[in-house]
Design a protein around this ligand. Structure first.
Ligand SMILES: [Zn+2]
Length: 69
């Protein structure tokens, strides 16, 4: 989900590379705007979050299924 371009990222440097944040490489995380040095870094972050969200959801489902039996 692209962040509003008017918002400023809470960080000034990309956590992957240490390069300054670019205005076209922002996203939302836990209700805040976070920035990266380029869209590739942002996409890598979004992909990682997505994978963890999916794993958490899968884990919660399997625990719910286990408590049913
Ligand atoms: Zn970067």
């Amino acid at each position: 989900m692209p962040a509003n371009a008017d918002e400023k990222a809470i960080n000034s440097h990309c956590p992957w590379s240490g390069q300054p944040v670019a205005n076209d490489s922002l996203t939302r995380y836990r209700g805040r705007t976070v920035g990266f040095c380029n869209p590739g870094c942002r996409d890598k972050f979004e992909k990682a979050i997505g994978a963890f969200e999916e794993a958490i959801a899968r884990n919660a489902r399997s625990q719910a299924a286990a408590s049913d039996s």
